[in-house]
Design a protein. Structure first.
Length: 359
């Protein structure tokens, strides 16, 4: 009788152990993934930046066979409007990943202000050389040191200036203009150097200020000017490419390092493809037919506004383009910004950027 009881106990233990193994032994690369990975996005889904974020999430799901599902949270909703906190939140694992402007990374990594030196980069060719060169490697390395894994360079575009008062042709035309600008200190310094009155305010407040005549103008890339229908508020736009506004797709390193290699490869591939798509949208119609052809031939995508400058003119805006000589005048007018910010960016990085761009 005792032998039978002992045998039954052994059978029971073996059965329970088998069930435990089946339930709790999770195969690598499948059930350990979250049901949802949160991605912070600064703008809404109607902006090119937001559309790029959607593309990234779709490609990740496709390329990982549905194992990784990213949900974009638009309008900095995960940050409760505190856009500059995104690197810390991602690094700490509170948010999984970001589709984020270098402007909002710059408080944590001041070297990102290399893109905000006024009239320094100025062309798509220079920007591409900088991102793919030694400068890009240095910046990605800085991100890795603070717990962020960079995946690809996307774009918000070169920032242009609009206003309701007059055409901006030369630095002296900026004097006295009250302009809504990005709250980053280097932007404030740049517009003060040009004699303007820079104001840091959110976009909702800015729209009201435009309507009431409290603020004269603002600065943003084409990918923002079109969806907000800037012609409702301003009649003058100057294309001066004064600073670049790259976007980096990045992941929190703590979460990233837990992924198996095949998942990392799939997500990275998705990031690069989404970044190329989003960059082409931001540049469409501004780099002749290069980006329009990329969208058509690689993504089977047709832009709703393939000629954005003409679209502004059709909406009664006066369009001004500054020439290379005028760029030199604006650069001289902002020399104090270079004196103050090159030491913060780092002389070595500044020289690397000049070398990358072929200056």
């Amino acid at each position: 009788m005792q032998i039978a009881v002992t045998y039954l106990k052994q059978i029971l233990i073996m059965t329970v152990s088998a069930i435990f193994i089946m339930v709790f032994a999770i195969p690598a690369g499948t059930e350990e993934f979250k049901q949802e990975y949160k991605m912070t996005v600064n703008v809404g889904p109607s902006f090119y930046w937001g559309m790029g974020a959607i593309k990234f999430s779709e490609l990740v799901k496709e390329k990982t066979g549905g194992k990784i599902n990213i949900k974009p949270y638009f309008g900095s909703s995960l940050l409760k409007g505190a856009q500059l906190n995104s690197p810390q939140m991602v690094s700490n694992g509170v948010i999984d990943c970001a589709f984020e402007s270098t402007i909002n990374i710059s408080p944590v990594i001041p070297e990102m202000n290399i893109f905000s030196l006024p009239f320094f980069i100025n062309t798509y060719e220079r920007l591409d050389r900088l991102e793919s060169g030694e400068t890009g490697k240095i910046l990605f390395g800085k991100m890795e040191k603070v717990g962020l894994t960079p995946l690809a360079w996307a774009e918000n575009g070169f920032r242009q200036v609009t206003n309701s008062k007059k055409p901006v042709l030369m630095p002296e035309d900026m004097k006295g203009l009250r302009l809504r600008v990005v709250g980053s200190p280097i932007f404030i310094d740049t517009f003060k150097a040009l004699g303007a009155d820079p104001v840091d305010m959110n976009w909702g407040d800015a729209q009201t200020a435009f309507q009431q005549g409290i603020v004269d103008g603002q600065e943003n890339p084409m990918g923002v000017l079109l969806p907000v229908q800037i012609w409702q508020y301003h009649k003058f736009v100057t294309f001066w490419n004064y600073v670049a506004d790259p976007i980096i797709i990045y992941w929190g390193s703590g979460s990233w390092n837990k992924f198996p290699d095949e998942i990392k490869s799939a997500i990275t591939e998705a990031a690069k493809e989404a970044a190329r798509f989003e960059k082409a949208m931001c540049r469409a119609g501004l780099d002749q037919d290069v980006s329009l052809d990329i969208l058509k031939n690689e993504f089977n995508y047709e832009m709703k506004v393939p000629a954005p400058v003409k679209h502004l003119e059709d909406n009664k805006m006066t369009v001004t383009r500054i020439n290379p000589e005028t760029v030199e005048a604006f650069t001289r007018a902002t020399a104090t910004v270079y004196d103050k910010w090159i030491p913060r960016v780092g002389k070595e990085l500044y020289e690397a950027a000049k070398k990358d761009m072929g200056n």
